[in-house]
Design a protein around this ligand. Structure first.
Ligand code: 13P
Length: 255
């Protein structure tokens, strides 16, 4: 039985004060939820304040990106060591916006994933096809490459402990959510790929979560799918009540 994993990706939204205000509202709303791993990923600047504001709760804090380098002359970058020292426990790696807008490659995702694991952070590795790739019937090829190269060289134990986020690019911020059938097919495929690359134990431990226009209204039917282990939520996570409703819909007792 995998514990559901539900993460809020705020992207480039919220000041430090807005992050603190959010936590004050949100933490009580999920105080009774002990069967879902809950994570908030604010912009870098708000990480320390959010770590402090969520202290003593089960809500974890993730970064939205990280450098693969330990330190050095890399202007604008933040290292895994800096995140760990700030109390951050997870990090989103290879989000499609980073791949599309900032040229991130599968090799880069792999380097960041290894660096995160070595530093004791849990990677949330994002994969997903574009609309063109889906329409050209290349979805599985793209995912096999992203999973295969992104996780290359990891041990089965490392894979069992990380999170893969399937985010079809055409569903991100568009209101066009994958149907349960589409999500089910892809999540099962990713699980099979993990099995063939890393074995049964790794594949059955790894949480594979869905992202792309997840809302309180559609969360429950997605979370009910056997191979969907949670959600990575953008727009609908910016409001505490809306994100709390998605967390609640992801509880094993509900799905
Ligand atoms: P939306 O929920 O706004 O579609 O964003 C999804 C996403 O990219 C989360 O990482």
């Amino acid at each position: 039985m995998r514990t559901p994993f539900v993460a809020a990706n705020w992207k480039m939204h919220k000041t430090v004060q807005e992050a603190i205000d959010y936590a004050r509202n949100f933490v009580p709303l999920v105080a009774s939820v002990s069967d879902v791993d809950i994570v908030l990923a604010p912009p870098f600047l708000a990480l320390p304040a959010l770590v402090e504001a969520t202290e003593g709760s089960r809500v974890g804090v993730a970064a939205q990106n990280v450098s693969a380098e330990p330190n050095g002359a890399f202007t604008g970058e933040v290292s895994v060591g800096m995140l760990g020292a700030a109390g951050v426990t997870q990090v989103i790696i290879g989000h499609s916006e980073r791949r599309q807008l900032y040229g991130e490659t599968d090799a880069g995702v792999n380097a960041k994933t290894r660096a995160a694991i070595d530093a004791g952070l849990t990677p949330i590795v994002c994969v997903g096809e574009t609309l063109d790739e889906r329409e050209a019937d290349r979805t599985f090829d793209v995912l096999d490459r992203q999973v295969g190269e992104g996780l290359a060289g990891l041990t089965p134990e490392q894979v069992a402990a990380l999170v893969v986020a399937y985010e079809p690019v055409w569903a991100i911020g568009t209101g066009r959510v994958a149907t349960p059938d589409q999500a089910d097919t892809v999540h099962r495929h990713i699980r099979e790929q993990l099995t063939s690359q890393f074995g049964d134990a790794a594949a059955s431990g790894c949480r594979v979560i869905y992202g792309g226009s997840v809302k309180p209204a559609n969360a429950m039917e997605l979370m009910a799918l056997a191979d969907v282990d949670g959600a990575l939520v953008g727009g609908a996570s910016l409001d505490p009540a809306s994100f709390a409703a998605i967390v609640t819909a992801s509880r094993p007792s509900t799905t």
